[in-house]
Design a protein around this ligand. Sequence first.
Ligand code: HPA
Length: 277
Amino acid sequence: MIDTEIFKLAMQSLPGTVLERVPECGFILGSGWSDVLETDREIVRLPYAEIAGLGAVKVRGHAGEMLLFERHNRLICAFMGRRHWYEGAGWEPVILPVEIMRRMGVTTLLITNASGGINPALTPGQLVIIGDHINTCGINPLIGEVVDGWGARFPDQSNVYDNKLSALLRRAATMCGATVTEGIYAFTSGPVYETPAEIRAYAGMGADIVGMSTVPEATVAAAAGIRLAALSCVTNMAAGISGPKLSHEEVIEQARRNTPVMSAIVDSFIDNLPDTV
Ligand code: HPA
């Protein structure tokens, strides 16, 4: 159950300047993506530990800061680093960034993550626009009472990832000379990496990539009517597909190697954000 009191407290922990203007876009940046932002002007930088209900990020490679900044004459609110379901702290810290941005009035969102490649046509370092997802967990942040602003009891999830925003992401990548493909993301609870048998099962379900994040935030955002797109960096091939033993170090290292291209795409995405997407 989501404790809405937490959301009120979270909003109260934000400096007043955060609420003066509605950001044109919100970001939630995952593993290895925290160093991609270029800014013209930083307005507020706030450690997660200072936001009630969010708390410090516990995973290496996740920065754990909220940054309000201007770039290309756009105001962007970025959450750099995320809390995960597998940390066992419940849903609040996982979906709090979405709810804070919703309350700020944000209607456009970009989510990024690191993933394992299931589709054998992928290689580590490749970028995948998430076209749709499969929640393999049987858990959902919308379980519980209906929360004001998060849509109906049974939200439609036919278009979680907005086509126009995904097309903008694709154009941004093309402008930077980067190759991106589109794929289906399978969400697992973690914290273990998958077994080869699980990966074969997810491949059979149609998944191209796998990871332990994004879907909770995307589910809530889409239900709340926020347009979103998601971009994943394939950091390794999933268990049993190929490659060495899986490790978080390898995931972070591969994402770091990709920082220049990821940074260029995110920057071009901001530059090309239309007034209404
Ligand atoms: N599995 C799950 N999550 C991941 C992986 C993976 O192989 N790589 C990066 N995040």
